[in-house]
Design a protein around this ligand. Structure first.
Ligand code: SF4
Ligand code: SF4
Length: 247
């Protein structure tokens, strides 16, 4: 089935959505006075936490780090912290920084992860936005070549930024990840320290230091320990654990 789409400017995607940022965008967001949230999820070399068919994509956007006596892969996302309306959304639901808005704002509602097909029902766009406009997807193919290029750039930035983001985390004392599929760890660093860490990380040789896993229950903890990785035994005050486990 073909998918048509035209943005109706409702502003919903700019409300209560943390917008993933490239490193350069995160630098700019912090310089503009915005807050950046750091979201971390990881998986293990034996595949724990990762569906096999997603491995290539997930590995390319993850840093390889030590945990216990094994290797872990951590995917670190720097995102604009948008609790409520984005700081750049004006009263008319227009973006105040439209010309330099982040890549992900230009890509929505398309997916960046190639393993997640576009599902209009899961998006914030109202029904009328899917009932009008040019064909977006025909026979499974994305029709808009400019949009395809933005998605390619976003994926590339994800890969290029991996090591610097891991160094920024080390400098900020961010060392606890969640297991992919089980949850995320979420940090809200002080923005002065974040900007400073970004600057230092660019000129710093990465030093491998250990990560630990925060998990949702004893059953998952056992699996992580069996794989040789370390589990957090106390919760440092600097993060929240966002569980993805069904209640
Ligand atoms: S930067 Fe602009 S487009 Fe992006 S979420 Fe904020 S208001 Fe929306
Ligand atoms: S939610 Fe969809 S229709 Fe509404 S502003 Fe965002 S992209 Fe446009």
């Amino acid at each position: 089935m073909n998918t048509h789409f035209s943005c109706v400017g409702c502003g919903k995607c700019c409300t209560d959505h943390h917008v993933p940022l490239t490193l350069d965008e995160a630098r700019l967001w912090a310089a503009d006075g915005g807050n950046v949230i750091v979201l971390v999820e990881g998986f293990l070399g034996n595949g724990l936490g990762l569906p096999q068919q997603q491995r290539e994509h997930a590995e390319r956007r993850s840093a390889v780090v030590p945990s216990g006596n094994t290797e872990a892969f951590v995917a670190i996302t720097f995102a604009a912290y948008n609790a409520g309306r984005c700081r750049n959304l004006d009263e008319d639901n227009l973006c105040r920084i439209y010309e330099r808005r982040p890549l992900v704002c230009r890509i929505y509602p398309m997916e960046i992860n190639p393993h997640i097909p576009l599902n209009p029902a899961a998006k914030d766009c109202p029904p009328e936005s899917w009932e009008q406009g040019p064909a977006l997807i025909v026979g499974g193919e994305l029709m808009d070549l400019e949009l395809a290029e933005l998605i390619r750039r976003s994926r590339q930035a994800d890969r290029d930024d991996v090591q610097t983001k891991e160094t920024v985390c080390a400098l900020l004392g961010i060392r606890t990840t969640a297991l992919k599929g089980d949850g995320f760890t979420a940090y809200l660093p002080d923005m002065g320290a974040f900007a400073q860490a970004l600057e230092s990380a660019a000129n710093q040789t990465p030093v491998a230091s250990e990560w630990v896993f925060h998990v949702s229950g004893l059953d998952i903890a056992e699996q992580v320990l069996d794989a040789g990785a370390r589990v957090a035994t106390e919760v440092p005050a600097n993060y929240a654990f966002i569980s993805l486990r069904a209640a």
